[in-house]
Design a protein around this ligand. Sequence first.
Ligand code: SF4
Length: 178
Amino acid sequence: MRTTTVEPNPSTITLGMCTHDVVPSEGNEASARPACQDADPLLFFPEGRREDNWRIGKAKAICAACPVIRACLLTAIRQQDNDGIWGGCTPAERRALVRDVRGLRRDVKAIVRRLEEGARFPVRRADFLAVVHQLTRFGWGVEDLADAMGVRPQSVIEARLRAHAAAPCDGAVPTEMA
Ligand code: SF4
């Protein structure tokens, strides 16, 4: 049985062998009951078994219904947990989120200014996410972004989705990681 407790300020989520110091991110999230409280820990800590994908899917489904999913994910990122499903994400998915936060923090002001002035040019891969994110916030549509940078609209849509997922995680990624 998976042991889970959430206590307010500072709150702690204890799941099996792991302990997270959770910083509540919104509302009274910290007083809610984690959805994994009575779940099988093996679902959340798959160990290379053939049925891992099945376990991961089950764990993610539990997380999706969890009232503390956001706080759990941000804490796992902040504490750089390399094991287990936390906040609905595998370790690889959390590392990808951290990489995308790094991408969003890039200084792309000069690029954005040139595009806003009407220039049309390919944007370096490293800057792409931040440029799409910033111009989207300025009201640019998918087709306009794709035309300006000479990429497929699908690339812009995918970048938007990644930026949408990563932006709320910004505060959880320590500066030294980004
Ligand atoms: S998000 Fe998932 S791992 Fe985190 S407390 Fe909720 S159910 Fe448990």
